[in-house]
Design a protein around this ligand. Sequence first.
Ligand code: KG4
Ligand code: ZN
Length: 335
Amino acid sequence: MKILGIETSCDETSAAVIEDGKTILSNVVASQIDLFQRFGGVVPEVASRRHVELINPVVQQALDESNSTFQDMSAVAIINRPGLIPALIVGVSAAKAIAWAAGLPLIGVHHLEAHIYANFLVEPDLEFPFVCLIVSGGHSDIIYMTGHGQYKILARTRDDAAGEAFDKSARAMGLGYPGGPIIDKLAQEGNPKAVHFPRARVGDTLDFSFSGLKTAVVRYIEKAGEDININDVAASFQQAVVDVLVNNTMKAAQKKGVSRVVIAGGVAANRTLQKQMKERGAELGIKVTAPPPKLCTDNAAMAAAAGYYRFIRGEKSGLDLDSYASEPLGEREYI
Ligand code: KG4
Ligand code: ZN
């Protein structure tokens, strides 16, 4: 059973074909990063116009690389929430047109759910329950999953997302956009103990707060002037983020008594985060899974994977499917 997945929620135009929910036959990702480097961030209307130019060739390439046609598909899965509305509507419109013209079921999926499901592409037999840390440019959430499509939000960020902290701090350090991969690289050569940056706690919750950390980086750079070792600052900043992400995720896993943790989203591509989450997990007897970097950042294979599990549950969306700027993945559970 083949599912066509499409993703246009931010600055990546992506289409993928996956088989039986686990085998990636194609996963084409056309990044618009070059377009936004001079702005230091995504401009929604500009992203939207680029999606319009790219969507048809990207979908065609995904079909060609998988040696299939629309008629070979069982359904079209589209990320319709949350995201930048001008960007989302391009993919949603394309998916609706394909579904209508080819007579295929349309399945709307949540962007964060898709990030989690990247883990099922790596480990199709992943067992419930587990705790998932989702860290991207727009979100930092700890989710508890008891079954397919069943989500409880155990923690979230009160201000900036982890990826946003990477991008804003990189900008303060005079590095390029997006900041995450650049800091990840520089940090390999730096001393994570060189500068002490704050690790915020939010009352007695496991919620995150990264805006103070970003301000601390800005202040440190202002004060140090020319006299900074950028590798050390990158490594120290990254360690502050990773410490909080690892601590809170492992505390959530212990409170829920699970033996599995998965990580997802663009920041999950971070090498230090992957390594230290696995190390701490090993100490606590908790197995940690993380997708390879290409499946952590935005892509359509993860959309197709999430769509597959909705499809086999008999769920489908109408052709009146809308796009939403924000929508929680599930209800909050205080632990
Ligand atoms: O999931 P994603 O591709 O898009 C959103 O849904 O936001 O995540 C993008 C974010 C950006 O903030 C980017 O800087 C960050 O993920 N990122 C990383 C790494 N690769 C991407 N952050 C830290 N280390 C990385 N290797
Ligand atoms: Zn994302």
